[in-house]
Design a binder for this molecule. Structure first.
Ligand code: CTP
Length: 417
């Protein structure tokens, strides 16, 4: 579901869909909070919702005509007389669709793409993020059909808040209560502002290849494009982190908001990392650092005189292992580029380099995993089963990696308590 490019905070426009349930009265409070935060709010009510709360309440709070029907009815002076394409206009003009309360019926309509009334039809034409706040009887919530619809909608990237557990209007106790309007508004703000869940973190990232000089014009390097590391850096900034990117030579522009340190050799990369390590709360080692470098690079161009030529190599510093030794409270993530035995090699590097997670990826003979726009990885941690992330764009893989980093941060915090 496209979420980038939504208007930020107070200029954002929200459609507030209201389903027909007892909790519908709470949508008035939600509308009030959203208006107070400076959002413009367009209420859309299902016919059933109007039995629980009057459109007049919502139009008074939002200063908007409330949309209740696909067709002109003329019955209700506060309801707008919808034109045939109004659902498209409303869908195009707004940044976020909230449905509160989202009834079992609305969830089913959304999951199955039905277009029975204005809200459901407009929902189909809407391409922005959708936030559902379900409210219903516990048995209805637990019903296999509702749970299946929930799974479908989650898989499509819909956001959910609640339902909460507690006393329900029907007399039962259990899951099904509409979340607090403030909580729903907070979830909406978080979506509109982009997820700022990495705010407060300083993430030090290495990316790209290194170049090890043989002589002034020749070098040893590898096929790394830097795309994976740059994608992580870009996403991390968008999620609120301060990002320091120590990058080998690549043909990529610095992502906006990232502090970029350009280096060439493994030695320079190590120095760049160690210089900024104190500031970092998270280290992600994506770079394809050369394991060896020529022992004594020639000062002048090597001439074609010898019939055979050997270049003596010596190991470079393993930057990740070095950071692992100085780990402290940091979360340390390594990569493992392998041509075989992905999981076993990933696990070995997790231990030997003292990482919290290793992202293992297959690299192929023609640069797959290194040069392409897509990647396919396995996330290996100490406590969980390896998590395979199917082939996807590197930006999408970056999101999964940062989600896993956040999980590690939350578990580390919980363990400290
Ligand atoms: N790495 C590093 N410094 C090095 C070599 C590797 O920081 N001198 C990091 C990489 O950034 C990556 C991880 O170590 O996060 C694993 O790199 P990889 O090349 O897969 O493994 P190696 O340790 O070099 O082992 P091998 O080449 O034997 O597979």
């Amino acid at each position: 579901m496209p979420q980038e490019g939504v208007r930020q905070s107070s200029q954002a426009r929200i459609i507030l869909g209201i389903g027909g349930g007892i909790a519908a009265y709470k949508s008035a409070e939600l509308a009030r909070i959203l208006i107070q935060r400076g959002y413009s709010v367009q209420p859309v009510m299902t016919r059933a919702a109007t039995e629980f709360i009057t459109p007049l309440t919502l139009s008074s709070l939002t200063h908007r005509k409330v949309i209740t029907s696909l067709f002109a009815s003329g019955e209700d002076s506060t309801a707008v007389l919808s034109s045939a394409i109004e659902h498209i206009d409303v869908a195009l003009e707004n940044d976020l669709l909230i449905v509160a309360p989202a009834t079992a019926d609305l969830m089913a309509q959304f999951a199955h793409g039905l277009a029975g009334d204005f809200l459901a039809t407009m929902h189909l034409a809407f391409t922005g993020p959708v936030l559902l706040a379900p409210a219903m009887n516990t048995n209805m919530w637990n019903h296999a059909a509702t749970q299946a619809n929930l799974r479908v909608l989650r898989e499509r990237g819909y956001h959910f808040v609640g339902p909460d557990a507690g006393d329900l209007a029907c007399g039962m106790v259990g899951a099904g209560r509409l979340s607090d309007p403030l909580e729903i508004a907070d979830a909406a703000t978080a979506i509109l502002n982009g997820r700022q869940d990495l705010a407060g973190e300083t993430i030090l990232i290495t990316a790209g290849p290194t170049q090890e000089a043989i002589d002034p014009v020749r070098m040893i390097t590898n096929r790394s494009s830097g795309k994976m590391g740059y994608a992580i850096a870009e996403k991390a900034v968008k999620r609120g982190a301060r990002v320091i990117l120590v990058s080998g030579p690549v043909a990529l522009a610095a992502p906006q908001g990232v502090e970029l340190i350009r280096v060439e050799s493994a030695e320079q990369m190590k120095n760049g990392v160690l210089e900024h390590l104190d500031a970092a709360s998270i280290f992600i080692s994506v770079a394809a650092v050369a394991d060896y470098r020529p022992t004594s690079p020639a000062d002048q161009k090597v001439k074609k005189t010898a019939s055979r030529l050997s270049i003596e190599l010596e190991p470079t510093t393993d930057i990740l292992a070095e950071v692992g030794r100085r780990k402290g409270d940091r979360i340390v993530i390594g990569f493992a580029a392998e041509t075989q035995n992905l999981a076993a090699e990933g696990k070995r590097k997790l231990e030997s380099k003292n990482c919290d997670m290793v992202v293992a990826n297959l690299v192929g003979p023609n640069g797959t995993g290194f040069e392409g726009d897509d990647n396919e990885v396995v996330l290996i941690t100490r406590d969980k089963e390896p998590q395979a992330i199917p082939k996807a764009a590197k930006r999408e893989i970056a999101r999964h990696i940062l989600d896993a980093v956040l999980d590690l941060r939350l578990s580390a915090r919980a363990a400290k308590r």
